[in-house]
Design a protein. Structure first.
Length: 351
């Protein structure tokens, strides 16, 4: 079901699906067309008819052809209200709605049938974008488009501005959110790669309290995270990297706006002609983004030269366990991992 959901979401973006079980996913896709138009009775969460456009009148919308299965809609205005609502509806498959660019397409094909949607767009506190204690704090409702110009000075702001232009297309970037992408945990998510590479932190809130989840513990697999069903991801925190940090991002896809077949992010600093604090992470290669420790060890203390980068890229190729899907095979993706790792390092050198 995870693989089918992933394929469905990408199909609606006119992207190719990333599927684990080929026969199962193809069968699912053949049956989708027959299932998308059904009746949906639309009422508010208390069962009252939705008000009409004319004052003093009311109407109930029935027998409309809608793609999603019926659900009840909640619109909290504070974090506390959102958390309380989620706690109530989570046992009935309640879901959070922010940008909706991942959830809504899957709902349209009924591969997700949440009984409740908790719309957090009315929670102003979740639109926070600020620097605190040396970290960039990104609220749950901050859109992708916010990063098209550097939101902070220095390498981090430039890196985010470089990465964001690779995310789908502009209309999607105006609605989709940074935290929504991270919570969705698509292996091909650019923001998930950034969070993993920089060792970001996820701030989860529930009625039990607040907990901070480091990136290394957050991503569990394809569309799987450490978030509990009653937890709301209220914020992602990225460290403000030192001013002399060099960053390089490289993504390979077949068409502009497509999901990446493979991508890499490299950062390092220079001291006495040698690289220090190297980071090299890959996304859309395995079931989750991660740093490649074997490659980082080969980079540390070495000069930023082609031969060094080739050795690190070879270590990447040997270390990864690539996905095998309908578009590219595992060996092709393994070859890609070597190339994109080297190119990300080269871009970092010239940054």
């Amino acid at each position: 079901m995870v693989a089918a959901s992933l394929a469905c979401g990408r199909l609606l973006y006119i992207h190719q699906p990333l599927c684990i079980n080929r026969k199962k996913s193809c069968a699912v896709m053949r049956g989708l067309v027959r299932r998308i138009h059904v009746l949906l009775k639309v009422k508010d969460v208390d069962g009252r008819a939705i008000p009409g456009s004319s004052p003093g009148t009311a109407m109930t919308i029935e027998a409309r052809k809608m793609k999603p299965a019926p659900f009840r809609y909640h619109a909290p205005t504070t974090i506390e209200e959102a958390v309380d609502t989620l706690a109530e509806v989570a046992p009935e498959d309640g879901r959070i709605l922010a940008g909706g660019q991942s959830l809504v397409p899957i709902m349209a094909f009924r591969l997700a049938r949440p009984a409740h949607l908790v719309d957090i767009n009315g929670v102003k506190a979740l639109s926070r974008l600020a620097v605190e204690d040396g970290k960039l704090c990104i609220g749950a409702c901050v859109r992708h488009v916010a990063f098209e110009k550097p939101v902070v000075e220095g390498p981090l702001g430039r890196l985010l501005a470089d990465v964001v232009r690779h995310i789908a297309h502009y209309p999607i970037r105006t609605r989709g959110t940074f935290c929504g992408s991270v919570a969705h945990a698509d292996p091909a998510s650019e923001w998930c790669l950034v969070v993993a590479a920089l060792d970001g932190e996820m701030v989860a809130r529930s009625t039990a309290g607040t907990r901070i989840i480091p990136a290394r513990d957050f991503f569990r697999g394809i569309m799987s995270t450490a978030l509990k069903e009653d937890e709301l991801l209220i914020e992602v925190r990225l460290p403000i990297v030192p001013e002399d940090t060099r960053c390089g991002f490289y993504e390979f896809n077949r068409r502009a706006g497509d999901f990446a077949l493979a991508m890499a992010l490299a950062t390092f600093r220079m001291r006495d002609g040698a690289m220090i604090e190297p980071r090299l992470a890959l996304g859309s290669v395995e079931d989750k983004p991660r740093r490649i420790a074997q490659a980082e060890e080969l980079l540390a203390g070495r000069p930023p030269e082609r031969a060094v980068f080739e050795a690190a890229a070879a270590a990447v190729e040997a270390a990864v366990d690539p996905l095998d899907d309908l578009i590219v095979g595992a060996e092709y993706r393994r070859d890609l991992s070597r190339t994109i790792a080297r190119r990300a390092l080269e871009r970092a050198t010239s940054s």
